[in-house]
Design a binder for this molecule. Structure first.
Ligand SMILES: Cc1ncc(COP(=O)(O)O)c(C=O)c1O
Length: 431
């Protein structure tokens, strides 16, 4: 038994040595065999996987889906700067810069403004975990996948969750929202500004007033819309706002700006129970980000240093360009794309142009076509990502994202060319 195990292990090692010799990384040197000999005497029972002896390969892709988006060279370069300690004074400076960059992007003066170490979901969970206690009422507008997600997050932490549900792409009147808030008396109302699964940009004006009148916090998701469509956190009386790094901001995925105003801070710092997450506890995060007035910042977790460099650079690009110019450009390129799509005979999923999300455009699946086949064709022949729907919009839409760095008419032309090619070459339904 033992001998058989040893034999198959030496066969495996010999195969690996052969694979390693073929590898352009390692080259055909005797040192590989020496290393393999050494390994055969080592105490490890799981050998190094052959894939780890090959160089990293990353294809070039046009990321014209709902995110992540292509990252500009300047942002990529910032992420490759040498690592410094996450508690070094220079890092605190960079974090302070990020805070200012977020305040500009969100149009807020909130002191409690940080970036989560994690993707958009981390910000989503941070918001809900910190301001809601188990048993409290939460109202969620569900008109695509993101409301579904927040409802589930709130449910998991023991909130009493109520939803107002619309089909993907549906939007709510202020009256509908007010009625539901009066009925369910939530401590928190959630709305997605840029519903990327449906391509909807939801109006926000006036909802903050309704929430204040009813002693409820207003939480808004701008992961897919920040930088692409106007949002004014303070003016629009939004109590908690978050976004992601990988959409119109054009940083790599993995950091997520979030801001809390005084109303939200009052609620989250006067709770009876501790938030269920240690990592996302704002008592600790506010200190780590220098927002709690304490001169000493204590260790809480090790932040993603390179991710923060890249986030800082992407916020710097937005500040240099200017928010208004960024919003204008997204609107202009989106309008150009709409025209091209209609010229191809395609139907836009959101009929009202004013409600379309400029960063992510949704088209109704053209009749008789298999959307998976079309998307596969576009990826194979054009190295271009576009996607289908998500959650409740699966099978209803195809999504094209042109955000930030990718938001150019030349890229819209590339996307239109790929779609035209797919329409020509993918089979219409055999039925
Ligand atoms: C509107 C919206 N909210 C939240 C998320 C979740 O963000 P992440 O995938 O970074 O966790 C996304 C991601 O696509 C999104 O589009």
């Amino acid at each position: 038994m033992m001998q058989r195990a040893l034999f198959s292990r030496s066969v495996l090692l010999a195969q690996q040595a052969a694979a390693a010799l073929d590898s352009p990384l390692v080259g055909k040197s005797a040192s590989v065999m020496q290393r393999m000999d050494h390994r055969s005497m080592s105490s490890v029972t799981i050998p190094p996987p052959a894939c780890m002896l090959r160089p990293l390969e990353v294809p070039m892709r046009y990321l014209f889906g709902p995110g992540p988006s292509n990252v500009p060279p300047r942002v990529l370069a910032s992420g490759s700067r040498p690592i410094i300690g996450h508690l070094h004074p220079e890092m605190y400076e960079i974090m302070n810069d990020i805070k200012k960059g977020i305040q500009y992007a969100f149009q807020t003066e909130n002191n409690m403004t940080i970036a989560m170490s994690g993707s958009g979901h981390a910000a989503m969970e941070c918001a809900v975990f910190n301001v809601v206690e188990p048993g409290e009422s939460v109202l969620v507008a569900v008109n695509g996948i993101w409301g579904e997600r927040v409802a589930e997050i709130a449910e998991r932490m023991g909130a009493n969750v109520h939803t107002i549900v619309k089909a993907p792409g549906g939007y709510y009147t202020k009256e509908e929202i007010e009625q539901a808030i009066e009925k369910h008396k939530p401590v928190l109302f959630f709305l997605t500004h840029g519903e990327s699964s449906a391509g909807l940009c939801h109006p926000v004006d006036g909802i903050g007033d309704i929430c204040r009148k009813n002693n409820c916090l207003f939480l808004v998701d701008t992961v897919a819309s920040l930088g692409a469509a106007p949002i004014f956190m303070d003016k629009q009386k939004i109590d908690i706002l978050y976004t992601g790094s990988q959409k119109a901001l054009n940083a790599p995925p993995g950091t997520a700006p979030i801001s809390f105003n005084d109303r939200a801070c009052y609620k989250m710092f006067n709770r009876k129970t501790k938030p269920i997450s240690y990592l996302f506890d704002m008592t600790h995060l506010s200190n780590y980000w220098g927002c709690d007035g304490n001169t000493v910042r204590a260790y809480h977790h090790t932040g993603p240093v390179s991710g923060f460099f890249a986030l800082r650079e992407s916020l710097a690009i937005l500040a240099e360009k200017g928010l208004e110019e960024s919003w204008r450009k997204h609107k202009e390129v989106a309008a150009y794309l709409y025209k091209g799509l209609e010229d191809l005979g395609l139907k836009l999923f959101i009929p009202d142009r004013d409600l379309r999300l400029p960063s992510v455009t949704t088209i109704a699946i053209p009749e008789g076509y298999d959307w998976r086949e079309m998307l596969g064709y576009i990826m194979k022949h054009h190295q271009m990502e576009m996607t289908g729907g998500l959650g409740p919009s699966i099978g209803m839409v195809m999504r094209i994202g042109l955000m930030g760095y990718n938001c150019e008419k030349t890229n819209a032309d590339k996307a239109l060319h790929a779609l035209a090619d797919a329409l020509k070459n993918c089979k219409k339904s055999k039925a």
